[in-house]
Write a protein that binds this ligand. Structure first.
Ligand SMILES: Nc1ncnc2c1ncn2[C@@H]1O[C@H](COP(=O)(O)OP(=O)(O)OP(=O)(O)O)[C@@H](O)[C@H]1O
Ligand SMILES: [Mg+2]
Length: 334
């Protein structure tokens, strides 16, 4: 449904987007992650015909962004990073105006605007001018204009930015539901959003695509993947020096077991041990057996799933490695 082919964008001597290629099948929700200034918004602007690439091109639903920009715009709903600027219009006037631009006439125009009022929870501010709206509501108006013509492709630049926690939840649910029959690209800095909403993630750093994988595949690259946290019950250690002595003994015994890479302890939490596996292999049985043999009295034994922020930091601070390029077969993983 979306195919980017070697997109390049230069601003003077500065290359903001450097040969980015990917394809998104119908019905997939793809997340763009990357540090500030990585090139996410610039890539989105090229896909939505707001910026012309210096090199490369893209197609949306088979239509080329350079040869057929009008048809591309028809198929795409775009939420740009900045809120709409028609400050003096009321929300209803603005959305009816957008409906007209999108080719709705007469009663259809009002129906389209009202449909979107419900979807984007705009009832409360319907007759208020845009310049007097709070940031979150202004953002919602932007979201509404992107969805108004019910397009098959959505390109959403930080769709939950500035929303309160309840609205973030609502918008994520909405995106998830729409993702069943639309193709969606969204950018975000909220890593948990990627885990809950996206079937696939692309990480961009310094204009380059540095990772393309499912959230699960990325998380499994975390050093915390399958790590185990043990917490001793308070009755196992009285004075803290005794606790740290015990902890040190446990630490060195654990290190002698198979499959264990390292064991972390913490001065702030003297009752805690964190055991890291070699190459992410499960070590639950080994650690559990150890705890039983040593008759450890535990208040916690937790297996870590992995942490996306850990992977994100590693990839975006040394962007030379490309992680797990995924093939199109991921389209049916949701
Ligand atoms: N019109 C422009 N002229 C010059 N430089 C630009 C222009 N637009 C973007 N840039 C630069 O291109 C780079 C990529 O910007 P872009 O907005 O795509 O980043 P981003 O990944 O969306 O970042 P953020 O997470 O902060 O939104 C930045 O260094 C930015 O300053
Ligand atoms: Mg941006």
């Amino acid at each position: 449904m979306i195919e980017a082919k070697g997109l390049v964008k230069d601003f003077g001597p500065f290359r903001a987007v450097d040969r980015i290629s990917f394809t998104v099948p119908k019905g997939q929700v793809l997340g763009f992650l990357g540090p500030n200034g990585a090139g996410k918004s610039t890539t989105m602007k090229m896909l939505t015909c707001f910026l012309e690439p210096n090199e490369g091109t893209a197609t949306i639903g088979g239509k080329d962004i350079l040869q057929d920009p009008l048809e591309v715009r028809r198929q795409v709903g775009y939420l740009p990073e900045n809120a709409p600027s028609y400050g003096e219009m009321t929300v209803s006037e603005f959305l009816e105006f957008i409906a007209e631009m999108r080719g709705f006439r007469g009663k259809e125009r009002v129906v389209a605007a009202e449909r979107i009022r419900e979807i984007c929870f705009l009832g409360k501010v319907w007759y208020q001018t845009i310049e007097t709206l709070s940031k979150g509501y202004r953002h919602r108006v932007g979201f509404a204009q992107a969805l108004l013509h019910d397009p098959p492709v959505l390109i959403l630049d930080e769709p939950t930015d500035g929303l309160d926690p309840n609205q973030k939840h609502e918008v994520r649910q909405l995106i998830k539901n729409m993702g069943k029959d639309k193709t969606i690209i969204l950018s975000t800095h909220i890593l948990e959003e990627v885990e809950t909403v996206c079937q696939r993630v692309i990480i961009i750093a310094e204009g380059k695509l540095v990772a393309d994988a499912t959230p699960e595949a990325l998380i499994s690259q975390s050093t915390f993947h399958n790590a185990i946290t043990l917490r001793l019950s308070p009755d196992k250690f009285g004075a803290s020096h005794q606790a740290s002595q015990n902890i040190e003994q446990y630490r060195s015994s654990l290190l002698r077991l198979n499959g264990i890479d390292r064991v972390e302890t913490s001065a702030e939490q003297p009752d805690m041990l964190r055991v890291f596996p070699k190459s992410g292999k499960p070590i639950f049985d080994t650690v559990n057996r150890f705890a039983q043999e040593q008759r450890l009295s535990l208040s916690e034994l937790k297996v870590e799933h992995g942490r996306l922020d850990d992977v994100f930091r590693r990839i975006t601070t040394s962007p030379e490695e490309v992680v797990n390029p995924v093939s199109q077969t991921h389209q049916d993983t949701h």
